[in-house]
Design a protein around this ligand. Sequence first.
Ligand code: C2E
Ligand code: CA
Ligand code: CA
Length: 689
Amino acid sequence: MNGEKSIRLLIIDDDEDDLYLINDALSEVTETRYHSTTVKSALAAMAKLAAESFDVIISDYRLDHGTGIEFIKNVRLTGIDTPFILLTGLAGHLIDRAALEAGASDFLPKASLTGEILDRSIRYAMAHADRQRLLTAVLKATTSGVAVVNSAGELTLWNSRFSEFSETVFGDDRARLNRFADLVRRNIARDITVGDSTVEVHCTALPDGGNVLALHDVTARVTELRDRSLSEQRIRRIAMHDTLTGLPNRAAFNERLSSSLLAAAAEGGRLAILSLDFDRFKEVNDLFGHAAGDELLKRASERLLPLLRDNEYAARLGGDEFVLIQESPDEDSAIDLAKRVAASLSQSVEWQGRLIEAGVSIGISYFPDHGDKQDEILGNADLAMYRAKSGMGQSFCLFDASMDESIRDRRKIALDLRNAIHNNELMLHFQPQYGAARRDLVGFEVLLRWHCPTRGNVPPAEFILVAEENGMIKEIDEWVLRRACGIAAKWPLPAKIAVNISARAVCYPGIVDTIRSILIDTGLAPDRLELEVTETALVNDMNRALHILRQIKSCGISIAMDDFGTGYSSLSLLNSFPFDRIKIDRSFIHAVASNARAESIFRAVAGLGSALGVPMLVEGVETQEQLDFVRALGCDEIQGYFCGRPMSEADVRRLLVTQHMRPLGSPVDWVKSIDLDRDAVPALRESTG
Ligand code: C2E
Ligand code: CA
Ligand code: CA
């Protein structure tokens, strides 16, 4: 116990011998350090207590004026809660009990006093007092009035709230506390009126026959409840609105939709639900930061609100998802709303001196035509919205039942696709590209193949779109690029490879560095790599895309415009970037055989290339006639089933060996060469590698 504070004792006894006895006993104790002050009368003790504080009071039972018990009561009345130990010459249960009830912690006979007994009693008294103080603090802290009455009906403990209640009824008369407790006990389980308050009484029986009385001011609770409901209203107001845009949020929308549905169902009316989503919201966040994304959303809601008519309602469900309700739509009114909204929200937003164009897609579904449940109609509007997103041209789309199936499929594809790279389910095929006039091999387009263990071979047309929608395309495109470069770097001939880069991937930050490091890692010469990009990649954020393409081109990589003629076919785009090659989409050559107009379109498109001085590659050449037609127009290169299907890596090597046997650039009869080399696989069927 060294170093611990000594325990301060106040010892009261008028007998010198007794004092000696007590101090002698304390001196036996070595474990605890005591510091004792001795006084000979109760009066002197009161004076000491007023001036100093003590940890324990040890008092003789017999004092100059009255007993130790009376002394305890007087001390307690002054509010001093120091624990008491009473000492007496006469042992007896009666006094013992009276002492405890008065608040003494212990009652010790002087005759058997030893250091050990006294020390133990002092420490217990202190611990007991600490618990008592804790209880007092708790009682003080509660807003209820609490009192304990013993089996005789006398108050033994109460808090200040309880005496406040008592004062309200009987005035400041401590003696009446017991009467108040009595009154309370007779009104158990009833409300009593105390002054202006309505007080609820609770009573809990104690094991010794006494009771705990608890008084709760219900008046206070009623006001509290009213406050709470006010703040609930406030919280609700906040909770129903989206803090960023101020538009109603998902919770508000759900309420509105269900009441609109009820009303429409009751009147036999209809509802149109429009689901709206930005096409490039993620890119905006990636490229310009979240503050730019927020700005886009704020501007969107500012533009949206003035467009709405009385029967129209808009909410933001979260992220870049918005939804509109149109009540009692007529024939074309929902489409009209979609057009209005799309036109307004597709306009660019200025952000720190730059213009952001994020584009929107809108899906429309009707109640009851496309479902009568909230989730169903909303889900169907979403499906239509995804269709609008994936299709070119229109920014809105009406739901039809066939979408349901296909989109649900796409969600499942997305789940499987996530594991495809890691499970080695992806591989590459290569489709040869030839010079149209001299039939020389120019290079190969790299085409991705997915063999899914559960769904078999999934065509890229199906899964690339899913990968784009689910943000997986960046990883996939990088994988294709790395693998294709690695393969081509090991070929015996320096044939070029053309790798497709998705519209989304072009604008990803860091793409230039990624491509550079892939070339360094694989050792492929940059002039053997061509990237095929579609117009969509460029039109979305033209300046940035062109900037990136220039950086890529400056590494020595060439850039081809893919699927030319299917998108916007913007001439200014062709003028503003020096493409190395334009690939005329295969739909053009296919249309030629069927109608004369297509032929003149084809001539015009092909003429454009020669006017710009950019080599033209015609995709999808399947027949000799098509080849002749293309040649006659002076197109530079061709790719198609007629001269070579997409083939496995092994087939490419076999093809390259035959190429090697001829002087580079000399004419090749492609059909024969592939026939010769692919003994196991028929030439005109795509090899499965
Ligand atoms: P694309 O870039 O236009 O690729 C050419 C597509 O035309 C390939 O389809 C090819 O198999 C097909 N094709 C080639 N010759 C003929 C022909 O004579 N007749 C017909 N009817 N079709 C022919 P595939 O492999 O199914 O790829 C479809 C699309 O998937 C590609 O169109 C491309 O946009 C995308 N894709 C394929 N691989 C990748 C890739 O690695 N990354 C990205 N981002 N997209 C890819
Ligand atoms: Ca392509
Ligand atoms: Ca193409």
